[in-house]
Design a protein around this ligand. Sequence first.
Ligand code: SAH
Length: 250
Amino acid sequence: MNKIHFVGAGPGDKELITLKGYKQLSEADVVIYAGSLVNKELLEYCKEGCEIHDSASMDLGEIIRVMKKGIDENKKVVRLQTGDFSIYGSIREQVEELHKLQIEYDCTPGVSSFLGAASALGVEYTVPEISQSVIITRAEGRTPVPPKESLQAFAQHQTSMVIFLSVQMIGKVVDQLTEGGYPEDTDIAVVYKATWKDEKIVKGTLKDIESKVKANDIQKTALIMVGKFLGSEYNNSKLYDKDFVHEYRL
Ligand code: SAH
């Protein structure tokens, strides 16, 4: 039986889809893509006559119906999701419905936007001895966040943090990070549409980032990155130390 193919589209640049994802897309008979965030240029990879659905205007039931119809008609169905579907991808609710219908699926990962944004800035989240962990999170909005995962709570770790889905609340984010213990002079960056042609990078500190983001009129499709990894402090890794055993080198 045919399967549904979930494919990560990457952060924006149409060349940042994996080779496997590209292949799936170019062979698809039906594509359901997240129109608000997936670069439409990726649809150029689809074959002629491919049936294309924008999921921005569809609810879960409609998405599943299109998937089921494609499977019933023995078509190759690709669900193209922004970045990688494992991060705020709403894949769980889709696959639970597919289980109910006994429809199988497979997944091809994509480059998440938090990786695209790090590339845009040319930075490492895990600078030796400065930060060895990355927290991926979001501010609470209409979607509740478990209380133990509040920005204040995470700020206590003072490690590298990437905040999704929250730039429209930049003032609140700054307040919560500060309440959690980040000093006002902590480096922070906002990357809008990382890897797209109209990408914008705004850098500042907790003190001035809100006004800079507002001056640049960034209200969506952006990541907030905060932590010492953005600053000037760094240490060399042991990995490339001349005395380090090279079999551990990456
Ligand atoms: N699955 C996606 C995230 C989907 S949630 C991923 O792996 O990237 C949607 C949020 O992701 C947006 O509100 C924004 O915070 C972020 N986002 C997605 N694409 C982005 C991009 N190219 N640049 C900056 N942020 C992006």
